[in-house]
Design a protein around this ligand. Structure first.
Ligand code: GDP
Length: 461
């Protein structure tokens, strides 16, 4: 499974975000700036590479903003061009035309006639253009670029995308120039609970499915999905609609032989992508398989909730504490996932099915929990007081404030001075606190650390 496919298929969170386009001739450092602004490897939504030279874009939360912006790297922009480039260029100029803010990037050491042409072409967008002089590694270099202030652009910032100089100033400027009036969250909201039933062959997936669809008011099995995917069926339980998505291995059941690759990796990824909750069925007698571990990783990396269902529980020896012992073993195995619910089930007899569905509903609710920024920050404040970041004289950081950046998948951004110093253990501490105190007990959360010099109190003014 390749890393990239895992990274790029995240759900969109917003519509109508203000668009910030980075434009300029080749080699001025557009993609370096793009990456510098996104800062951490994990953007809220990872960049989606289109056709090779299409613009790259990503949702990005600048320091001091409560909602993200759509950051676009108009990599394809070139003045000299062939036919193919023409198309690309037309697309990119469209992007520039429709952007809310254009960062016109220059190279402090090398300002060329091509830059001047760009400046001329961009003039009609002057009111929404900011000149960003890159590779300005030192104030001396700033001086050289000042001569271009005559191009008539109001705002000019000197940065070093590579070394991070003045990036904070640039972020501040960006935030001050944008409005979020049209931004609405559209994180693929739906009322039906989308479930993927996964697990190795013969673990009991079909048995469970039949039982679920046999339940109260089931609607056709084997129906085409409303959007892109095949779904196995829908049913209603206690007033909630559940959609069971295409389940790996289920369909080709008839042709099963021992060595078949049951899980087409792409198909599994796609299904997980569309699911809210993954029910991972595990044979209680046989225990975990390697495939199970891969599925769990895929699902949690994408922020999907996972529930472990130990099926064929009816076959387990009736001795005291069997369940506790099995649960302990599982939690030992999935140490980072001790938060995920583990249940016993007999798909055949129906024991545990109600508890399973109740758990799925609960997970769905957790995935959709929204915490107000003020409440979150009061909590953050308390956590830091209870357990301050480890301080050594050289390596000190302060946690400034936090915002919830998404539901389903649940994500948070924590702003700190020098986020690079925040170690894995403090990060886990914060995650665990968010989980324990704010209603995300059993679901994965993504926590992004970002640089900030601002305090929460300053932001509230
Ligand atoms: P799938 O390949 O995951 O879809 O597995 P099936 O649903 O076809 O089940 C495989 C076998 O396990 C069948 O013979 C089922 O009757 C049996 N089975 C499924 N669930 C249970 C259970 O909870 N208890 C017991 N004892 N057998 C079960």
């Amino acid at each position: 499974m390749n890393e990239e496919t895992e990274e790029i298929t995240t759900r969109a969170h917003w519509q109508g975000l203000p668009v910030v386009a980075i434009a300029g001739r080749p080699n001025v450092g557009k993609s370096t700036l793009f990456n510098r602004l996104l800062h951490s490897r994990r953007a809220i939504v990872d960049p989606t590479p289109g056709v090779t030279r299409d613009p790259l874009e990503a949702e990005w939360l600048p320091d001091g903003a409560e909602k993200p912006v759509m950051l676009v790297d108009t990599g394809g922009l070139k003045l000299e061009r062939d036919d193919m480039d023409d198309l690309v260029a037309a697309k990119t100029w469209e992007r520039v035309a429709s952007a809310d803010l254009v960062l016109f990037l220059l190279d402090a050491v090398d300002i060329t006639p091509e830059d001047e042409e760009f400046a001329a072409k961009l003039r009609r967008y002057a009111s929404k253009t900011v000149v960003v002089v890159n590779k300005a590694d030192s104030p001396e270099r700033d001086a050289r670029a000042w001569s271009h202030a005559s191009w008539g652009y109001k705002d000019m910032v000197f940065v070093s995308a590579e070394h991070g100089r003045n990036i904070g100033e640039l972020e501040e400027l960006i935030v001050s120039r944008l409005k979020w009036t049209n931004a609405v969250s559209v994180s693929d909201e739906h009322d039906d609970i989308r479930v993927a039933i996964m697990g190795k062959p013969n673990v009991g997936k079909s048995t469970l499915l039949n039982r679920l669809l046999g339940a109260e008011r089931s609607i056709v099995s084997d129906m085409p999905g409303t959007t892109r995917d095949v779904i196995e069926g829908r049913f209603v339980w206690k007033g909630r609609t559940f959609t069971v998505l295409d389940t790996a291995g289920m369909r080709r059941k008839a042709k099963v032989t021992e060595n078949i690759e049951y899980y087409s990796v792409n198909r599994t990824i796609k299904t997980i992508d569309r699911a809210d909750v993954v029910i991972l069925m595990i044979d209680a007698v046989e225990g975990l398989s390697d495939q199970d571990k891969k599925i769990v990783k895929l699902a949690t990396d994408k922020g999907r909730a996972v529930v472990f269902a130990l099926n064929k529980w009816d076959m387990m020896p009736r001795i005291k504490n069997t369940f506790e012992a099995t649960k302990d073993k599982m939690q030992f195995f999935f140490a980072q996932m001790a938060y995920a619910p583990i249940l016993s089930l007999s798909a055949k007899d129906g024991d545990g099915v109600d508890t399973l569905l109740k758990t799925v509903v609960d997970l769905f609710v957790q995935l959709h929990t929204k915490i107000e920024t003020s409440r979150l920050n009061r909590a953050v404040h308390d956590w830091i007081e209870a357990s301050p970041p480890p301080a050594s004289p050289r390596a000190r950081f302060k946690v400034r404030y936090a915002v919830q950046t998404g539901i389903n998948p649940v994500s948070f951004a924590v702003f700190a001075t020098r986020p690079e110093l925040v170690g894995e253990s403090y990060r886990s501490y914060l995650k665990n606190q968010i989980r324990a105190d704010l209603g995300f007990k059993n679901v994965p959360i993504e926590l992004e650390l970002k640089a900030s010099r601002k305090r929460f109190e300053d932001l509230e003014k």
